[in-house]
Design a protein around this ligand. Structure first.
Ligand code: NAP
Length: 314
């Protein structure tokens, strides 16, 4: 992978924590080695860092095709895989991750693994059991991030599931915990009762669905946004405004959408099963969208929802 050292100046200061760690105790910086942009990371409210780009594996089969995609991502420099019990591919992801770690001699803690609690498993005991089942399928001792995939309609069950996540974090079964598909009301209810503030809210977000109000609430509580379906499932890559920006920056339409999200400090989770796309989807930090470009993308808002788990108005 060709290293790219350029860091756009419109990104969160928490980006590139890998480089930040390298600041010496006397305050000077070590000799600068170019870092691949793919190293960009975001600091979570629990102090952990999360690689800003992940390979998403929704709808990826539990077999060799997914193992190949995960391996291609790791080879390309990704250090973050976003799976879920619901995707039914934790085994394939786990096989690929464990094999890659072993073959490259990379320590486990250099790859960030996310899974999610499915809706059928809400409640304290079922949540604990589901998490252990996911760990078993991955063949891992802990997850880096475990999320409630979508909020139960039952207030008590939702809180019980969250309490299980808090305990699982205490027991070391997952390093960070968060939620997904939580709207403002779900978040506010959780915050009133939680001991641990979720580290992330994983929601559908892209220029065609910007969700400013929910983003503001997450910001206020230092809950990072994980942008799912950041390519609007590929449905907006031919939008003429996006294509025009891609030509202007000599980038692909996908890279324009991913840069938009990453430059807002979001963690971005593009899914692809195609090695060349996996690689190019991570080459998004070597250019900046200017104010005019951002205005064009701001005007793309049309409340375009692709996901069925997006349950709330906000
Ligand atoms: N928490 C949740 O409820 C939730 C819901 C949805 C998604 N997610 C997460 O977010 C991830 C991404 O979302 P998503 O899978 O819905 O959609 P997405 O990443 O927005 O789009 C994926 C689609 O775009 C295509 N694609 C990828 N890169 C491309 C490129 N450079 N050029 C052209 N087409 C490209 C892919 O095709 P190929 O595979 O053929 O390359 C695939 O059809 C998921 O995999 C999952 O990890 C979470």
């Amino acid at each position: 992978m060709a290293p790219i050292a350029v860091t756009p100046d419109n990104v969160s200061p928490e980006r590139n924590t890998v480089s930040v760690k390298k600041v010496l105790s006397n305050g000077s910086s070590p000799e600068r080695t170019p870092r691949p942009s793919i190293d960009a990371a975001v600091r979570l409210n629990d102090g952990n860092t999360i690689p800003q780009i992940a390979l998403g594996v929704y709808k990826a089969p539990n077999g060799e095709e997914t193992e190949a995609a995960v391996t291609a991502a790791l080879d390309a420099g990704y250090r973050h895989i976003d799976s879920a019990a619901r995707y039914a591919n934790e085994e394939a992801c786990g096989r690929a991750i464990r094999r890659w770690l072993e073959e490259t001699g990379t320590p486990r803690d250099e790859v960030f693994v996310t899974s999610k609690l499915w809706d059928a498993d809400h409640g304290y005991e079922p949540t604990m059991k589901a998490l252990l089942d996911s760990l078993d399928k991955f063949g891992l001792d802990y997850l880096d991030l475990y999320l409630i995939h979508s909020p139960s309609d039952d207030d008590q069950k939702r809180l019980d599931s969250w309490r299980a996540l808090e305990d699982a974090q205490k027991f070391g079964k997952c390093r960070s915990i968060g939620v997904s598909n939580f709207g403002t009301a779900h978040l506010q209810h959780l915050l009133e009762h939680a001991t641990v503030i979720p580290a992330v809210n994983q929601i559908e977000i892209h220029p065609f669905l910007q969700r400013e109000e929910l983003v503001e609430i997450c910001k206020k509580h230092n809950i990072k946004i994980e942008a799912y379906s950041p390519l609007a499932r590929g449905n907006k890559l031919e939008d003429e405004r996006v294509v025009k920006l891609a030509k202007k920056h000599n980038k692909t339409p996908a890279q324009i959408l991913l840069n938009w999200s990453a430059s807002r400090g979001n963690i971005v989770l593009p899914k692809s099963m195609t090695a060349s796309r996996i690689e190019s989807n991570a080459q998004i930090f070597d250019f900046s969208l200017d104010a005019e470009d951002l205005k064009v993308l701001a005007d793309c808002e049309e409340n375009y929802v692709t996901g069925s788990l997006h349950k709330t108005e906000d």
